[in-house]
Design a protein around this ligand. Structure first.
Ligand SMILES: [Zn+2]
Length: 192
């Protein structure tokens, strides 16, 4: 009986995992396509945000992600935006940094992404651009950031900044459209 129960619960658990992760699979595929990374680690922050990573993030990194979301939610409320202000609404992918220093030599772990709308703009580095973060899905709310080994405060900022696009998408579509593409302006922080 014990064996049957455990097999049954394993089947139920497997079913749950598959359905709960059907949406995540699209996200994962998208994150992989954008970064070229394999996200084999899935964890939650202390406040419940979903984190997918290449290597297991430290407790400090997870806390810093929560701090960025806390800042985002506070400034969003200040602006009268109340949708998608739960930690569990957010999935953060931590990809491998494609560079760790910016052109000024400052520590700046960034990911390289296809230039697309940035082609020919000041952001264009020859078919790709370096970004601190990138929204990969508006609904569910998900974005990619680069792995940091220090300067963890920067993570809070990147989380807050990428989150701004998502909060705007769900609360103020007009303002979202005006600020989503940085080759046309709309620099961070957007929400003051
Ligand atoms: Zn942005």
């Amino acid at each position: 009986m014990k064996k049957i129960t455990s097999v049954l619960s394993a089947i139920i658990l497997a079913g749950f995992v598959i359905s709960a992760h059907a949406q995540d699979r699209n996200l994962l595929a998208n994150a992989m396509r954008v970064t070229g990374d394999k996200f084999t680690v899935a964890v939650k922050t202390p406040k419940g945000a979903n984190v997918y990573a290449v290597t297991r993030p430290s407790a400090t990194v997870l806390k810093t992600i929560d701090k960025g979301l806390t800042d985002l939610f506070a400034v969003s409320r200040k602006n009268g935006y109340f949708k998608r202000l739960n930690y569990t609404d957010y999935s953060i992918f931590i990809g491998k940094a494609d560079r760790t220093k910016d052109s000024a030599g400052q520590y700046s772990p960034d990911i390289a992404i296809a230039a697309n709308q940035y082609a020919g703009s000041v952001f264009d580095q020859g078919g790709f651009i370096y970004a601190a973060g990138l929204v990969i899905s508006n609904d569910p709310c998900a974005f990619v950031i680069a792995e940091h080994t220090r300067d963890f405060d920067r993570i809070s900022n990147v989380v807050r900044y990428e989150g701004e696009h998502l909060v705007l998408y769900h609360n103020d579509r007009k303002r979202y459209a005006a600020t989503a593409d940085h080759s046309k302006g709309g620099f961070h922080p957007i929400l003051q």
